[in-house]
Ligand binder design. Sequence first.
Ligand code: SF4
Length: 224
Amino acid sequence: MSVLKVNEMFETIQGEGFFTGLPAIFIRLQGCPVGCPWCDTKHTWTLDPQMDIPAEQVLAKTTDSEAYFSTDAASLVKRILSMGYKAKHVVITGGEPAMYDLTQLTGLLIESGYSVQIETSGTFEIQTHPDTWVTLSPKVDMKGGYQILDQTLQLANEIKHPVAMQKHIEELDALLARPVTNPQAMVYLQPISQQRRATELAVATCIKRNWRLSLQTHKYIGIE
Ligand code: SF4
């Protein structure tokens, strides 16, 4: 898809992974067929044409909803530049943002002086400017039946794996063992939904394996 469908756009602090603590402009794209049971953005799953509304209304939303606006990449970058944001880092998330061809959007943002990060489940081929930072949060064996693609493991700058139980560590081991996986990728464990047992498992495993811990810090401090 090259017409971008934007569920929300806002400035905040990146709460997870390598860029934790960095002010960032988040662009949340609509649409995801992956089907993670614990997904905290289920309102982004559907692509209902009746929910395609004017950008101003989408940007004024105060609660999560399935409404989105459609835009081309150049208009979106123009809009970002006019919003008065101070952040110089853009996070493209979803939904599953790799359902879209993001080559033009990421290229224009980088040309405009932003660093750009995409957060993806690894189930769709990534189409971005080569300088885009790829955060792969692999969603293995979810309801939608999608596989983690080699190309996404190859491009990953960080692999931020959601964990709640030992089988999730084994899934990660299997992904890291794939010969295509970027050997330089930083490995993070992120406890699912801040559950206590998940956090304990993540901490113990990070210490044992010399991996990094990613907490959803925005949820602990109550920001978006
Ligand atoms: S891939 Fe992301 S947006 Fe899609 S269902 Fe899973 S957690 Fe939700």
